[in-house]
Design a protein around this ligand. Structure first.
Ligand code: ATP
Ligand code: MG
Length: 417
């Protein structure tokens, strides 16, 4: 019997199938192993990328933090940014302010300090700038940096799109409603309270007025020019009748009388600002009838005779804002008290304006005007009120804020060392 070839084919086929299967399984295993390896490699590189990303973010963060230190600019950089000081935004007691733009698109306001405010030597100047430049509060204008060169002393601030409050109080009566103005008053009070009560070393502003309240793109108020009095040698060492501090109409009486000066001088100026916010007029307007010429006195007369309602109508304040306006009137009358001790602290002012605390009935802030004595003795009930209004009266005349200038020193313009 012969063996037919057909019987040997299945054996060969079976062998071929087995070999192919082994090859396929082998390939699958190799593929699987390769894929796993690749996946593992991918994971490692992802981790590397992640950590590289984190390092980069951290670097950026640290750089940003670093950048929050005040920056020193060269006069050349500021000349380029301001297009050679062409776009003048305004000028005041310390210098002229120009609009500028840096190559990264940041818009700034550059305040070029007048020559007579350049007395400070480099180290002192930088110490002051460094203090001002490190203060951050929503209601304070940020100082980005400065320039200290022989021919140019300048401060570089963040640019405030809507300019200063005076424009909206005295010229443009349409843009801001009373509610907005109330919010501006509260924000401004918060900014000053921070300077007085929250930052490491108390800063007295000395020049609170509508021109120094700047408004950002959404009309949030930011206090400007804080720390400038010290930077420009106009603080405690410079008391004269002529070149004194502050602005007439806003400056507290102790700034031109021989009484100790404390942060309460800012409370007085804030009160004067508050009157102007309520009336949307300058406190002194000689074009008006005699009784209304000086607004604060007129407000007191109305308050005293229980006619605040009339006053509110004359000021064009709507009925819905009446309660808010009454609070503002009372706060303003407390802030401008002749005796600094009777003025509330700014944190209390914030609470009063917000309606978070009861406001005691104000006493006459202008009594001294009819009295022979320049600063009347405190009536007993007034000294009690003082402790209610003032959360930190114990600090009022302590430390470096205390300055005594005698009339003779004033006469000869002698500076206190
Ligand atoms: N950061 C800023 N952004 C936008 N405008 C500004 C800025 N700083 C100042 N200005 C504008 O420049 C004007 C002049 O400012 P400046 O501070 O020199 O004078 P002032 O506030 O009127 O007086 P003072 O010298 O007493 O502060 C301001 O009224 C305001 O309109
Ligand atoms: Mg100013």
């Amino acid at each position: 019997m012969s063996i037919t070839p057909t019987s040997s084919i299945p054996a060969a086929e079976t062998a071929a199938i087995i070999v192919s299967l082994v090859l396929i399984v082998g390939k699958i295993i190799i593929l699987f192993v390769v894929c796993r390896k690749r996946a593992e490699i991918g994971k490692t590189s992802d981790n590397t990328q992640d950590s590289r990303f984190l390092t980069l973010t951290m670097d950026k963060f640290l750089n940003d933090m670093e950048r929050e230190k005040p920056i020193r600019f060269t006069s050349q950089q500021l000349r380029i940014a301001t297009d050679n000081f062409t776009n003048l935004l305004g000028s005041g007691g310390f210098g002229a302010v120009y609009k500028g733009i840096f190559s990264n698109g940041t818009i700034v306001a550059v305040k070029v300090l007048y020559a007579n405010s350049n007395k400070r030597i480099e180290e002192q100047f930088m110490a002051e700038v460094s203090t001002i430049g490190r203060l951050y509060h929503f209601n304070l204008v940020r100082l980005y940096g400065f320039c200290f060169e022989r021919n140019l002393r300048a401060l570089v601030y963040e640019y405030m799109k809507n300019g200063s409050l005076d424009k909206y109080l005295f010229r443009d009566h349409k843009t801001l409603g009373f509610e907005n103005l109330h919010q501006i008053a509260v924000g401004t009070a918060r900014g000053i309270a921070y300077l007085h009560e929250e930052c490491q070393h108390r800063i007295i502003h000395y020049d609170i007025k509508p021109g120094n309240i700047l408004l950002d793109g959404s009309f949030s108020p930011k206090v400007a020019d804080f720390g400038l009095a010290k930077l420009c040698n106009r603080e405690n060492t410079h008391i004269t009748m002529t070149g004194g501090r502050g602005t007439p109409g806003y400056a507290a009486p102790e700034l031109w009388m021989p009484f100790p000066i404390t942060h309460k001088c800012d409370v007085f100026s804030f009160g004067m600002l508050l009157f102007e916010i309520i009336g949307r007029r300058r406190n002194l307007d000689i074009s008006l009838p005699e009784s209304q010429k000086w607004f604060p006195k007129w407000v007191w007369k109305k308050f005293e005779s229980g006619e605040v309602g009339d006053l509110i109508i004359v000021c064009g304040i709507e009925e819905k804002d009446r309660k808010m306006a009454e609070r503002m009137v009372k706060v303003a009358l407390w802030c401008v008290q002749h005796r600094p001790q009777l003025r509330p602290s700014m944190s209390v002012v914030v609470k009063m304006l917000e309606g978070a605390v009861e406001i005691p009935t104000p006493i006459n802030p202008f009594e001294y005007m009819i009295s022979e004595i320049p600063c009347p003795a405190l009536p007993p009930h007034a000294s009690q009120t003082s402790s209610i209004l003032d959360s930190d009266s114990s600090q009022m005349t302590t430390g470096s804020n205390l300055v005594h200038a005698t009339p003779i020193m004033k006469k000869y313009e002698i500076e206190i060392a």
